[in-house]
Design a binder for this molecule. Structure first.
Ligand SMILES: Cc1cc2nc3c(=O)[nH]c(=O)nc-3n(C[C@H](O)[C@H](O)[C@H](O)COP(=O)(O)OP(=O)(O)OC[C@H]3O[C@@H](n4cnc5c(N)ncnc54)[C@H](O)[C@@H]3O)c2cc1C
Length: 553
């Protein structure tokens, strides 16, 4: 009998991607960094391909119907801290693709159990007014401190995000040239707790400042990375939400890749990086599709790139060791996302709090917050049974998210150990339920009846969705002095160039690190263009050239 349909895919159906094809550059992973690297390199005329494991590109730039059809949420990145600096936005003029960011004045608030509250705003005077309720002295000092920290961010920390790292010795020499550099070096030797305690006296102000410093995974007690505190606080006061969902940014980048002749192969998991005569020769996908290319950029962390994708005979011993001993983020997030009929209204002395982009709750004192971080780092969900975290009602600044009008969408997110005894499946509902009840306790109106739908995601769920975030590692690996700067991921891979010829690294496990900062993808694209001696069509942003002039000449 003649078959009307042959279920075996005919390669003719896949003219774009036959069983074997050739590109100049292949990029593994279509997260923010992979897409950024691809957009720059495709723009040079190189025949560029991004290979993405999921059906959707974007990695952490996800906006999906996790609640139910028509209710979009941003399950991963929502707070965009670097929109004032990230070069890709201007180089590609991404507003042309409808990428816009909302940057509210009221950035972060904290509500306390006794009904008091603190707000942190882009306008320093508004923050000072709020702080003055607790400590006029801290409020005055905050103004002076932010002037210094802003200069440090603009002059050193932001530009340093878009250039390859310096060795510790070169860094000391370079930063020693200005007073802001010397201050950045001094802070580096301090722990987040020491920096907060040096600058603030009031218990509640210290609590929120420590939360802002450590919410992305810094250990509050560890020294060696203190320069990140001014960066995370100053940028944490200037965060933005991508209007229409974070995925808009991924969509815009993909259109730039296509416009330049590049391609994206989705639903394709890279299983092997081909090495021939010690040089990269391409990749193999899970369906045995072979894509040949003399240049491959991987946005996956070392245990995947060097530990799994490459035949171990070709991996230098020090990189094998690096892959084996790579430390994942010490904690991850558990998120309860909800669709509600009513916007949560907080039981507190300042109704403005209801409109904050982020609200922190559940920590009434500095000691309690420190105990919380200590507990999570020692593998416990909570220090004393109390749950706390940060909340964002996404619809406050992005009403486009629910396609069914009249509903609010938001989430509460808390730090949790990446693994629990018995596996997360045994704990997820209980922990998520307790977290949700904590949120409800701080509000007048956010009852079970007002919740239309909810979804809970634990660290294992994060890894299941995004395989590069192993154990829910949102930054693809811990921030500790041995995994930062030139050591991220290894000092033989500075600027993204690995010792295996033709292989580059471009993801969050490379310098400068995770979050939507665009540094690893941008730096790797620059390195590849330099190595291939290709004319870069883009210019270094002015703030980066200025930094080079002052510190690197
Ligand atoms: C719950 C959560 C909340 C977060 N919130 C924020 C936030 O508010 N602000 C912020 O700045 N950051 C946030 N982050 C962190 C941010 O999302 C990441 O640091 C960032 O996405 C890293 O970008 P990347 O491109 O390096 O890697 P990823 O985003 O991880 O992208 C890597 C891509 O590679 C793909 N991939 C994996 N394995 C393979 C394979 N074998 N073959 C092909 N493709 C593969 C993945 O599917 C993924 O698309 C959050 C993360 C999580 C999980």
């Amino acid at each position: 009998m003649k078959k009307s349909f042959d279920a075996t895919p005919d390669t003719k159906l896949f003219d774009e991607f036959p069983k074997e094809s050739n590109f100049d550059v292949v990029i593994i992973g279509g997260g923010p960094n992979g897409l950024i690297a691809a957009a720059y390199l495709a723009g040079t005329g190189l025949k560029t391909l991004v290979v993405e494991r999921r059906h959707e590109i974007g990695g952490g730039l996800a906006t999906e119907e996790t609640l139910f059809p028509g209710f979009y949420t941003n399950p991963h990145a929502i707070y965009h801290l670097m929109v004032d600096y990230i070069p890709v936005l201007k180089d590609f003029n991404l507003t042309n693709h409808g990428v816009t960011f909302v940057k509210p004045n009221l950035q972060t608030a904290q509500v306390f159990g006794d009904g008091s509250s603190l707000v942190l705003c882009r306008q320093v005077e508004d923050t000072k007014d709020s702080m003055a309720k607790f400590s006029p002295k801290d409020a005055r000092h905050f103004g002076t401190l932010m002037r210094t920290w802003h200069k440090m961010v603009e002059g050193i920390l932001a530009p340093g995000t878009y250039l390859p790292p310096l060795s510790p010795i070169d860094m000391i020499e370079a930063l020693g040239k200005t007073e802001y550099g010397v201050e950045a070096l001094r802070l580096t030797e301090m722990s987040p707790m020491e920096i907060i305690e040096e600058n603030f006296t009031d218990d509640r102000i210290k609590t929120l400042m420590l939360y802002m410093s450590c919410m992305w995974g810094l250990n509050p007690r560890d020294s060696g990375l203190g320069f990140l505190v001014p960066l995370l606080i100053e940028r944490g006061l200037n965060k933005a939400q991508c209007y229409g969902g974070s995925h808009k940014l991924a969509g815009a980048l993909s259109r730039e890749i296509h416009k330049a002749g590049g391609l994206i192969l989705d639903n394709a998991e890279v299983t092997n990086i081909i090495i021939e005569d010690g040089h990269v020769a391409g990749i193999v996908c899970g369906d045995d599709r072979v894509i040949k290319a003399p240049v491959v950029l991987s946005s996956l962390p070392p245990p995947l790139t060097f530990g799994k994708l490459i035949d171990q005979d070709y991996v230098p011993d020090d990189l094998k060791e690096n892959a084996q001993h790579w430390e994942w983020d010490p904690w991850s997030f558990l998120t309860v996302a909800v669709a509600t009929k009513d916007k949560p209204q907080y039981k507190c002395d300042d109704p403005w709090v209801n409109d904050a982009l982020m609200v922190v709750l559940g920590f009434d004192s500095y000691d309690q917050l420190v105990e919380h971080f200590d507990a999570v780092l020692s593998g416990k969900v909570s220090a004393n049974g109390e749950m706390g975290g940060h909340v964002t009602v996404e619809t406050t600044y992005d009403p486009t998210l629910p396609r069914v009008p009249g509903h609010e969408i938001g989430f509460i997110q808390c730090h949790v150990p990446n693994e629990l005894q018995g596996g997360w499946q045994d704990h997820k509902e209980r922990v998520g339920g307790e977290l949700l009840r904590s949120w409800q306790r701080y509000t007048h109106n956010f009852s079970d009846e007002s919740i239309v739908s909810k979804s809970i995601e634990d660290p294992k769920d994060i890894e299941t969705r995004i395989a590069s975030m192993v154990k829910g590692s949102i930054k693809h690996g811990d921030y500790n002095p041995l995994q930062m700067g030139v050591f991220r991921p290894h000092d033989s891979c500075v600027g993204g160039r690995s010792p295996i010829e033709g292989l580059y690294l471009c993801g969050a496990s490379s310098y400068p690190g995770g979050l939507i900062i665009g540094g690893p993808g941008y730096i790797a694209a620059n390195t590849v263009a330099e190595d291939l001696d290709i004319n870069k069509w883009w210019q270094l942003p002015k703030f980066v050239s200025k930094y080079k002039e002052i510190y690197l000449t």
